[in-house]
Design a protein around this ligand. Sequence first.
Ligand code: NAD
Length: 414
Amino acid sequence: MLSDTHFYFNKAADILGLPQIIRKILLTPQRSVKVEIAIESCAGELMYYTGYRVQHNNARGPMKGGLRFHPEMNEDHASALAGLMTWKTAVVDIPFGGAKGGIDCDPKTMSDKDLSLVTRLFVAQMKDVIGPTIDIPAPDVNTNAKVMGWIMDEYSKFEGFSPAVVTGKPLHLFGSEGREEATGRGVMLTLREALKDQGKTFSEITVAIQGFGNVGSHAARLIAEHGACIVAVADHTGGVSNPDGLDVVALNEWVSEKGGVSGFVGGMAFEGSEIITWDADVLIPAALQDVITEENAHDVKAKIVVEAANAPTTPSADAILLERGILVLPDILANAGGVTVSYFEWTQNIQQFRWVLDRINDELEKVMSKAYRSVCDVAEEKKVDLRTAAFILAIRRVGQAALARTHLDGSIFM
Ligand code: NAD
């Protein structure tokens, strides 16, 4: 994954003509911290985990990025995702840098008490390198509002009341209205802008979605509410399709109850992996990385791919999609709605003032539309695809901010 991010970075850096030394500075994380976490579990077993936090860049503001609790979490993963966060926060022009971290544990096999203890030991050892003006964690795969609440509580024991140390907190613990659906809403808004450019509306399109978790389910609901026909959805349990459109509200209820889309009575079952090549106008990968590959990219039928997941397209697949004239709305633009509303949450925490939902959604809409336009402008200026344009825009913003802190000339980034 790290090499994929570097590939896209270097493609943009080539167009900007950046010297190797500047590339090295921009690609290398500023700090990487690894901590040992050993606990005696509720079951009386000694358990051992490793926690990671990679802080990639803070030229544009405090570092920002999720915490992933997953057995396969490692420094390489954290590094790749930390870099993506730097470019993502720059594309949507919010005053943050990028970071990512996590613990190599599996919350699905742990009691809440053990998970809370592991999280608290992680925070206790990371407290000097995170903070409202240093690095602000958020939820990612297998972490949620409850975990973010524990982080705030533990950090505040050392540093005093500090809600702004973490975002994605529960609403009753200084969380923000609209945060939960923000990534899905951003996906819908990015697609809306792209459709507008093609002279189309939601009511004219069919959509296939991989993943029906936080991002996929909210994106599906909002896109359906705007009139699109969601013809197929797949998750880790299988796939369901309906050429007349799935009832997304009923599917949501089904998934809440059964844990997956499989068996949903309002559609026909299919093998989940077929979703990538489903016959629909738009494909939204909203689950895992590396799902559009060299093997299946030739068979993608959608005309637009919206990358709701992080890094769902491998570089070789990306080249095939580009050659086939399929429009890819890249992850660092399309799924930036979540970190944008995290920024609003942080702002509210610092202001000690709550924003109403309408204000959150209005501001998110402005940020996403502006980011989409800025990426399109660079694509036009440099005659490149939207992913390369998004990286060029991000590298320019980060590079110029970094050099503006020194006496060096920032014109190299034009
Ligand atoms: P989630 O855990 O809520 O949902 C993940 C979904 O993926 C589930 O529906 C699950 O069934 C499905 N899935 C898992 N394995 C699968 C498989 N093998 N085949 C098909 N589907 C499978 O996670 P999420 O928060 O919705 O995140 C999804 C993606 O979006 C991730 O790549 C994440 O990094 C990215 N993302 C999330 C946010 C956010 O705010 N949550 C923000 C930006 C990017």
